[in-house]
Design a protein around this ligand. Structure first.
Ligand code: C6P
Length: 429
């Protein structure tokens, strides 16, 4: 019996873990059957991008084979079918995060573009020399650089909420950071680098008491847990399709409807107008006001299929499965000599992301050896350099889990890690 089997028989063997039938789920992902350097692929880089189910791949083929057309402008049947499927995907996204209506959902290219849209439109209109933007040390560069650019341009202040020793947000003394000048708190719901889950609902309530608007970066939360933007009471919410079984090239900006009404468009061109004269133009209704040019039609439709897939699994089950895997991985990694694990110790306080290091070994070296064992992880700064600087490391090795990962794959990771450590220890003797 493997370590994993001795913990539970619910994993790849087919019995539900967190209510999920993992063996059956794995059959939906053709890529999981491939080998890397002669070893079965163990894909643990899901925080970077997830793998895609057959249902999504087939939906993309179906679109291109049977109703490929531009949307919102054709009078023909294909155009109507494509428009209906595209707008149906918007409605599915709205339901998935409990947005009040599909009109609150703007399709972008990714989370990065969604945050930049807010910085460029709402930010330019509302941030001035007397204002401030508050971030946290857990942010991805996508939620740092747009605000650095905006605050530099406007002469506004930029502050960061720091971290406790357990690498959760240091909320003692928040009142000193968030003052009457703070126009925006922009915070990730789950850290991509450490897995820390932030109390965004409480933070939003605190921010609103202070008259501060709230943007939540949901790139690492929506794929992995139930999300309700109305309960969270955020003003803006951003995430990417490709991290949640969907295609690349599609992101989402949710915003409270009255904000979208007030905001100026981001890009100008076709689709985002009602009427254009030689001198000026009248903007289209929301959300189309923010979707200039031909959008990524096929991939938005595919995203709708990915949402159907996750909805069928049930996001509570997805979360339960990842907690089970994380708990097991944390336990096994803690048994290994010298491994330094980052992030909160309790799996309930973290998403399915585990970052770790060996002292004196570069994360890239570890990642490269793991790859030779078929194990795909991310190694490096995870686009979170201010956080790495705070931790005083150049980077970490990061294993990140999803619905198709098994406890047995954690065993493969741990064994390969042991081999990598032994290899470099001998190398340095
Ligand atoms: N993080 C990772 O390996 P895009 O690239 O726009 O789809 O997502 C950006 C982004 C924003 N916020 C968070 C919390 C994220 O994790 C990411 C993407 C990937 O961690 C790729 S760098």
């Amino acid at each position: 019996m493997t370590e994993a089997e001795s913990v539970t028989n619910q994993g790849v063997t087919g019995k539900p873990a967190g209510g999920l039938d993992i063996a059956r789920i794995r059959e939906d992902f053709p890529i999981l059957a491939r080998e890397v350097y002669g070893k079965p692929l163990v894909y643990l880089d899901n925080a970077a991008t997830s793998q895609k189910p057959r249902q999504l791949i087939e939906a993309l083929v179906r679109y291109y084979e049977s109703y490929n057309a531009n949307i919102h402008r054709a009078v023909h049947c294909l155009g109507e079918e494509a428009t209906a499927a595209y707008e149906e995907a918007r409605a599915k996204v709205a339901r998935f995060i409990n947005a009040p209506s599909p009109e609150c959902i703007v399709f972008t290219r990714n989370t990065t573009e969604a945050i930049n849209l807010v910085a460029y439109t709402w930010g330019r209109a509302n941030i001035g020399p007397d204002s401030g933007v508050l971030l946290t040390l857990l942010e991805h560069h996508s939620n740092i650089v747009p605000w650095q650019r905006l605050t530099a341009e406007k002469g506004a202040s930029l502050r960061y909420i720091g971290l406790t020793e357990q690498q959760t947000l240091e909320l003692d003394g928040l009142e000193n950071l968030m003052d009457s000048r703070t126009r925006l708190l922009s915070v990730t719901q789950v850290s991509n680098a450490l897995g820390t889950i932030n109390p965004v609902q409480e933070l939003a309530a605190e921010a609103h008491r202070n008259g501060t608007m709230v943007l939540v970066d949901g790139a690492q939360s929506v794929p992995h847990m139930p999300v309700d933007v109305q309960a969270m009471d955020c003003d803006f919410f951003a995430f990417s399709a490709h991290k949640m079984l969907g295609p690349t090239g599609v992101g989402v900006l949710y915003a409270r409807p009255e904000l979208l009404q007030e905001m100026e468009p981001f890009l100008g061109g076709g689709e985002m107008i009602k009427r254009v004269t030689q001198e000026d133009a009248i903007w289209n209704d929301v959300p189309w006001k923010f979707e200039a040019g031909t959008p990524n039609i096929a991939d938005v439709i595919g995203f709708g299929v990915a949402i159907d897939y996750l909805s069928d699994l049930g996001m509570e089950n997805v979360r339960a499965h990842e907690m089970e895997i994380s708990e097991y991985a944390l336990r096994r990694l803690r048994q290994m000599e010298e491994v330094i694990i980052y992030g909160p110790p309790d799996p309930a306080d973290r998403g399915g992301v585990i970052s770790f290091n060996y002292p004196d070994l570069h994360p890239h070296d570890i990642g490269t050896v793991l790859d030779r064992y078929g194990v795909a992880v991310r190694a490096g700064h995870h686009c979170a350099q201010p956080l790495m600087h705070h931790l005083d490391v150049s980077g970490t090795v990061r294993a990140s889990f999803y619905v198709y990962n098994t406890l047995e794959e954690v065993d493969v990771l741990v064994d390969a890690l042991g081999q990598a450590h032994a290899f470099f220890s001998n190398d340095t003797k």
